[in-house]
Structures are given as structure tokens and as C-alpha cells.
Write a protein that binds this ligand. Structure first.
Ligand code: ADP
Ligand code: MG
Length: 255
């Protein structure tokens, strides 16, 4: 079967008055259908740039990105992009925020509304449909943002440090929730994080980038034997620290 995503020799530079900044150099990897990849690397190494390239907001200087075998610029694939901040609008209710993407795509109708209703219920937001974002906790807001993203039925999900604004405990539980939602819906997901434990707790493979310009340092497959083990359970497994040390060493080693 074709991979969901193929990245071949991608480089990207930013141009500004101060000159050119090479942000990413010669990045190649693939993601299979239903695979969960985590990307880690030092701050400023080009992680967000890479997601913007995958989403099509930026175009690579060299190399190419294929989605379902089709160049990203021609792809009709539905990509969901979730950012660090939840970007919920305070002037809309939680339901209103969840509806936003569908509304923009003119896909809001009785049946899509009913589906949103059910998703909000499933993700523990059923009694908050009419609440304003400020009435919700950080974790609930992040779940609402996820419902808004998933409502568009993306088959590729790009997550740029979606948990980093949450306190540690909330982060663990939201990460657990979100990872089980993504796994149960068989989405292909790419998660950017600077938290190695988070990466190892959710991913099928961890991609490690060097400091800027980001190059591919290593790809570490992560397996705990049981596919259905959630992030919190993974953290309790003896293999967890072995993977942590392996990824940590790759990040430290600057050859
Ligand atoms: P990360 O997400 O890994 O922290 P980014 O992808 O945001 O890194 O940025 C990679 C590098 O590109 C950084 O050094 C940053 O300063 C630079 N950069 C990011 N956006 C711009 C921009 N719009 N113009 C110029 N340089 C940029
Ligand atoms: Mg970033």
C-alpha cells in the first residue's frame, strides 16, 4: 500500500531583510496510513516550518511532498492542522466554535450538526455546548479545538505542540484522550513536541531533527508490544526509559 505521506529531500529557507535563513535541509521520511509519528528537536530547528510545509502553507525550495502519492499542491486530501494555542473565539459558544470549520466549508447541515453534538458529548463537553471558551479549563478547550479539527474529517492530522500550553497533569490526561481518539479513528497523525516523554508515549516512530538547519538525525521505532496501550500505560512500561535514553542520546550527540 502507498504511504499516506512521503517527504523526499525537502529543504526550506526563509528570506528577510537580514538575509536568508536555512530552516530545514534535506528532510526525507514517510508515514503509513494510520501511523502516529512524533517529531522532536531543539527549539528553532524547523519543526513548525516542517508542519507548514506538510500542510501546504509553505512550499519547499527543493524536494517534494506527496500525500497518497499525489504532490501536496495537487492533493485533494483533507488535512487537519492543530496549533499550540487552541484559537477558540470567545464570542462564539463551544458549539459555535466546533461548527466553524464546517461553516467555512459550507458543510454545516442537520446531519453534520448532529455529529458535532455527539462528538462533543463523547469528548466530555456535552453539557458545555452553550458555554463560552473562557468558562472551560485548558484541557477542555483543547478538546473543543480537537472536535473542531476532527469535524472536517481530516485523514491527515498535523499537531504543532498542541499540549504545551497546558499544566503537566492536564497535559498527561488530554494527551491520553487525544491519542486514543486519533488511534480509534485510524487517522494518520504527525505530532510536533519538544517533550521526549510525550513523543515516546504516543508515537509509533519518533523522528529526531538536529538543531538549525533541521536535518534528519534519526528515526526511532517505538513499540510496546500491545498496540492498544495508551500514553499513560506506556509511561509505566520498563521499555519506556530505554526508548527515552535512546532518543535523548540521539539529541545530545552532535556529530
Ligand atoms: P521550531 O518550531 O522547531 O521551534 P521554526 O520552524 O518555528 O522552529 O523555525 C525554524 C527557524 O526558522 C528558526 O530559527 C526561526 O527563527 C526561523 N524562522 C521561522 N519563521 C520565520 C520567518 N517567518 N522569517 C524568518 N525566519 C523564520
Ligand atoms: Mg515551533
Amino acid at each position: 500500500m502507498k504511504p499516506k505521506l512521503e517527504v523526499h529531500g525537502v529543504s526550506y529557507s526563509y528570506h528577510s531583510l537580514e538575509g536568508e535563513t536555512l530552516a530545514l535541509s534535506d528532510i526525507s521520511f514517510t508515514a503509513d496510513n494510520g501511523e502516529f509519528l512524533a517529531i522532536v528537536g531543539p527549539s528553532g530547528c524547523g519543526k513548525s516550518t516542517l508542519l507548514s510545509l506538510l500542510s501546504g502553507l509553505l512550499t519547499p525550495d527543493t524536494g517534494e511532498i506527496l500525500i497518497d502519492g499525489v504532490p501536496q499542491s495537487d492533493s485533494r486530501s483533507n488535512i487537519g492542522y492543530m496549533l499550540q494555542r487552541d484559537h477558540l473565539f470567545e464570542w462564539r459558544t463551544i458549539m459555535g466554535n466546533a461548527e466553524l470549520g464546517l461553516e467555512i466549508q459550507r458543510k454545516l447541515d442537520g446531519s453534520s450538526k448532529e455529529k458535532l453534538h455527539q462528538m462533543l458529548h463523547t469528548y466530555g463537553l456535552g453539557s458545555f455546548e452553550q458555554a463560552k471558551p473562557s468558562e472551560l479549563s485548558g484541557g477542555m478547550r483543547q478538546r473543543a479545538a480537537l472536535v473542531r479539527t476532527l469535524a472536517l474529517e481530516p485523514d491527515l492530522l498535523l499537531l504543532d505542540e498542541p499540549f504545551s500550553a497546558l499544566d503537566y497533569q492536564t497535559r498527561l490526561s488530554v494527551c491520553d484522550d487525544i491519542s486514543s481518539i486519533i488511534k480509534s479513528t485510524q487517522k494518520t497523525a504527525i505530532l510536533i513536541t519538544h517533550d521526549l516523554s510525550e513523543a515516546i508515549s504516543v508515537a509509533d516512530r519518533v523522528i529526531i531533527l538536529t538543531s538549525r538547519p533541521g536535518r534528519l538525525k534519526a528515526i526511532v521505532p517505538v513499540s510496546f508490544g500491545d498496540e492498544n496501550l495508551g500514553p499513560l500505560m506506556r509511561r509505566n512500561m520498563p521499555e519506556f526509559s530505554v526508548y527515552f535514553n535512546q532518543v535523548w542520546k540521539e539529541l545530545q550527540n552532535h556529530d
